[in-house]
Design a protein around this ligand. Structure first.
Ligand code: FES
Length: 289
């Protein structure tokens, strides 16, 4: 398969478009410097043209109060927002700035086996929750005030009330509904991977965790997580068909058992597994390096 084969796919669904971009980037990464420079210049030229068109469109819309109001509500759409942000046409939203502030303290929290998640932004009020080893840790009050609260207030002066809401409370293990068998007893380095209900039954969820592209799949409250990279040529597999717990790589058809990562096409290889645990409604992943 080459870049032309993939870009000619007429995709209208968002996940498909993102998958196309990722596959094309994988192809480009294998090209030599001259070819990569040509692709970069072509991309920049098109993006510059798109950006100029969007700026002109928005300048025109701003002259009409009704259109301006409609435009503001359209920016609430995450795709519209992401594209306008990419062209630096809109400023970072409050949510984005709060998330960026939390991102800044995550390495410090991760070094203690913990993490923090944003629960709610309702200016001037923000709620955060400690997870992993920070949840219930006696030092979490100090971590909250010296680290998280200061980082958010420095980045977002309009936030004056930052509250730490309780996690599941008590020990790290309370409320545990599932842990990958190979990670039983593992402490620390668990990263929040969202809610169990965000992982569709009979399909997969593709996300980036700790800088790694991963796939989540579930059967009830039993969740598995794998590197989103086919053992054949390393292409992402999240667009593959899933049937009876088996995913088929969309590129050359390698098949994998989503309960184990085992490759049914070439049994000597498998998907790389990451440990998962489910605590109450939340999913956490421990990225293997
Ligand atoms: S990349 Fe070839 S089968 Fe997946």
């Amino acid at each position: 398969m080459n870049a032309h084969d993939m870009s000619s796919t007429n995709r209208s669904d968002l996940a498909g478009l993102v998958g196309d971009i990722e596959r094309l980037e994988t192809v480009f990464a294998g090209w030599d410097d001259t070819q990569q420079a040509a692709v970069g210049a072509y991309k920049l030229a098109i993006e510059s043209l798109d950006g100029e068109a969007l700026r002109r469109l928005i300048r025109a819309l701003k002259t009409d109060p009704a259109a301006l109001a409609a435009m503001k509500s359209a920016i609430a759409d995450e795709v519209v927002y992401a594209v306008l942000r990419r062209h630096q046409i809109v400023k970072a939203s409050l949510n984005e700035r709060v998330e960026a502030a939390l991102e800044g303290v995550r390495p410090m929290l991760a070094s203690h086996g913990g993490d923090v998640e944003l629960v709610k932004v309702n200016p001037p009020h923000v709620e955060v929750r400690f997870i992993g080893a920070c949840d219930g840790c006696p030092a979490s009050a100090l971590t909250f005030h010296a680290g998280v609260k200061k980082a958010v207030q420095d980045a977002c002066p309009e936030i004056t009330d930052i509250v730490q809401v309780k996690g599941l409370g008590g020990s790290e293990d309370s409320g545990v509904r599932f842990v990958s068998p190979f990670a039983l007893g593992a402490k620390g380095n668990w990263i929040s991977a969202g809610l169990l209900t965000e992982i569709p039954e009979g399909a997969v969820r593709s996300i980036i965790l700790g800088g790694e592209k991963v796939l989540l799949s579930r059967n009830g409250a039993t969740v598995t997580c794998f590197q989103n990279a086919c053992a054949h040529l390393g292409f992402p597999i999240h667009d593959g068909d899933v049937e009876n717990g088996i995913i088929t790589c969309p590129h050359h058809g390698f098949q994998y058992d989503l309960s184990s990562g085992e490759c049914l096409t070439a049994p000597e290889v498998s998907l790389q597994s990451h440990a998962v645990r489910v605590i109450g409604p939340r999913v956490e992943v421990r990225i293997s390096v």
